[in-house]
Design a protein around this ligand. Structure first.
Ligand code: BES
Ligand code: MN
Ligand code: ZN
Length: 525
């Protein structure tokens, strides 16, 4: 795949100070549609409540939009939409009031107007407007909304729009995006609304990057390819980048990455990308991301069907990269370092084996039980390296680590572990703010005994196969390599991938984690 095909331009978002009631944009022929909100009636009320701009649109078009919304079966729930196609008259005998106006009105449900609601409304508008050139809207400028802060609601709306507009780079509509190419925000100019649009674009671009990298087939994205993408993107963003190849990895003792990569014809890499703010940094946050470019399971090979989605097993590494790039783009006050251990877990003549003892970075030995538990092997190297060399104030890893995380929590929440309550609270809050939810899980000390080995410093998996708690044991294993750092671990096996579009989440790689971590950085003081 040509690298250029991977970087489609997200829709343009422009601000227009003019209000819907008198905006000249509506009659200059540039718009395909006008979108206005509908909300559920206030408590006790029957029917729908009109949102900001709906009355003006009704007046300009000469159409009872509230009645039309009811007749279309709308309830005002966030994420609903209905496109009203306006007829053009035949001949000149009839003059319709909307002759000079955009030929469609989109009614969009905004629910109670919360950030989540407005992200959903933005996503619904994106899907409704696919294929159009431009749509103008009062959405997000809603005086009916629970959050009357226009900057917040504008950001949520635009973020939802841009996230839902994402289209996978392969397939028939290679370069199309799934939304109108331009979104015009009415009644808002410059200032705080402008900053909100920039913030939404930074967040959505980070997610788009993760989705693009994780959706790329593994025939293309071997470890060297991902390292090249990281080098190219980091250099462009003014982020310094260092790539270690197999020789350097061996010289420095990265035995976990090398063991996992040993079965593949594509050799492993370790990428370290560093953003340093111009002013003295407040904190140094290191983000480590699991970067298995394909996970066959190795000699402990996966069942046929479980292997299919494993091109996304490097989503954590993509999140780490997108976070450091996003921090640079938004001029974060924190130092941010991304560490990407990249390897392909393959079946080969040189594959590592169950019952091998592997010496990881820093000298800890690991008794291998299952070559399909490869994520923790590469993370052991990367976390031990981060602890020993990078001196982080906060160390966070993101990994599609265990199917067990999905068993417990489903696909709506990542499993979140941490050695520091404030850090866990801050990440949970960032998840709630962005809609990338995470649920705190216990680092049960009583379970640690089960990772004791007779032949190495630690066992790779729990001694008793019937204990359950696979995600907890993986986290406890990782904890062995973080020293005394403030550390958190996000097991994103369930959230990194989706089988269908749902609001701002798109089918395939979801990009989960990049917006959460950028929000965490923005809130960190
Ligand atoms: N990459 C998988 C985890 C995974 C499973 C991610 C399903 C997304 C969807 C990981 O490397 C793995 O194979 N984990 C094993 C661990 C086990 C061998 C201890 C698992 O979950 O079965
Ligand atoms: Mn695996
Ligand atoms: Zn894996």
């Amino acid at each position: 795949m040509a690298p250029s095909a991977r970087h489609r331009t997200p829709p343009t978002v422009t601000l227009s100070g003019s209000a819907l009631a008198d905006s000249p944009l509506l009659t200059d022929g540039s718009l395909d549609a006008v979108a206005v909100p509908v909300a559920p009636g206030r408590e006790g009320d029957e029917g729908l409540a009109a949102g900001s701009g709906t009355a003006q649109a009704a007046a300009r078009y000469g159409i009872d939009l509230a009645e039309l919304a009811e007749r279309s079966g709308l309830t005002g729930a966030a994420g609903e939409s209905s496109v009203v196609q306006l007829p053009r008259p035949v001949g000149s005998a009839v003059a319709l009031p909307w002759t000079d106006l955009p030929p469609r009105i989109v009614l969009v449900g905004v629910g109670q107007g919360s950030d989540t609601d407005l992200r959903r409304a933005g996503a619904a508008l994106a899907r409704a407007s696919r294929g159009w050139r431009a749509v103008a809207t009062t959405l997000g400028d809603d005086d009916h909304a629970a959050s009357s802060d226009v900057a917040r609601s504008t950001r949520a709306l635009v973020e939802g729009y841009l996230l839902a507009a994402y289209a996978q780079p392969s397939g028939a509509h290679k370069d199309a995006v799934k939304a109108a190419a331009e979104l015009v925000l009415l009644g808002r100019d410059g200032g705080r609304a402008g900053a909100a649009v920039v913030a939404a674009r930074t967040a959505a671009s980070a997610t788009w990057l993760v989705r693009d990298l994780a959706n790329t087939p593994s025939g293309v994205k071997n470890p060297a390819w991902v390292a090249d993408q990281a080098r190219r993107l980091a250099t462009r963003a003014g982020v310094s980048v260092e790539v270690l190849g197999p020789r350097e990895l061996a010289a420095q003792g990265f035995g976990g990455i090398l063991a996992v990569g040993s079965g593949s014809a594509s050799t492993p890499r370790l990428v370290v990308a560093r953003y340093t703010p111009p002013q003295p940094a407040a904190h140094h946050v290191v983000v480590v991301g699991k970067g298995i470019t394909y996970d066959t399971g190795g000699l402990s090979i996966k069942p046929r069907e479980s292997m299919v989605p494993m091109k996304t097993d490097m989503a954590g590494a993509a999140v780490a990269l997108a976070t450091v790039l996003g921090a640079a783009h938004s001029g974060s006050v924190h130092r941010v370092t991304a560490v990407l251990p990249l390897a392909e877990n393959q079946v080969g003549a040189a594959s590592y084996r169950p019952d091998d003892v592997v010496r990881v970075y820093g000298g800890t030995t690991v008794e291998v039980q299952n070559t399909d538990a490869e994520g923790r092997m590469v993370l052991a190297d990367a976390l031990a390296y981060a602890d020993a060399v990078l001196d982080p104030d906060v160390l966070i890893d993101v990994a599609t680590l265990t199917g067990a995380a999905t068993l417990g929590l489903g696909r709506g929440h990542a499993a979140l572990y941490g050695t520091d309550d404030d850090l866990v609270r801050a990440l949970t809050a960032a998840g709630q703010a962005t809609g990338e939810l995470a649920w705190p899980m216990p680092l049960s000390a009583e379970y640690q005994d089960s990772l004791r080995s007779d032949v190495a410093d630690v066992r790779q998996t729990a001694r008793d196969k019937h204990m359950g708690g696979g995600s907890v044991f993986a986290a406890l294993f990782l904890q062995r390599f973080v020293g005394t750092r403030r550390w958190a671990h996000l097991d994103v096996a369930g959230t990194a991938r989706a089988t269908a579009d749902a609001h701002e989440v798109t089918a395939g790689a979801t990009g989960y984690g990049a917006r959460l971590l950028l929000q965490y950085l923005a809130d960190l003081s």
